[in-house]
Design a protein around this ligand. Sequence first.
Ligand SMILES: [Zn+2]
Length: 94
Amino acid sequence: MATFDEWLHAYDVVYHALPAASGLACPNCGHRTLRLVFTAPPGAGHGYASFWCDTCLEGIALSRTPIPGGADVRSTDEPVEERNRGIPDYRLAT
Ligand SMILES: [Zn+2]
């Protein structure tokens, strides 16, 4: 299982590639299925980041992180089931 630091490094790569897809391999399983979704109040420049792999369902979550242009952002005004659409219940790396 990848460490939190390895996930953080992957997050950094994916984050800076936005709005393009990074094509980066998952630090845990090696599949190129990393996903990054932000949840924030409308108009806020920062929010909560969900970063995970769709294949092994592991990842990390970060709060109060700046939101780059072109990111997938969900509004905290939306109902929970709506803004969590497509975000699986993944295991958090420690
Ligand atoms: Zn994976």
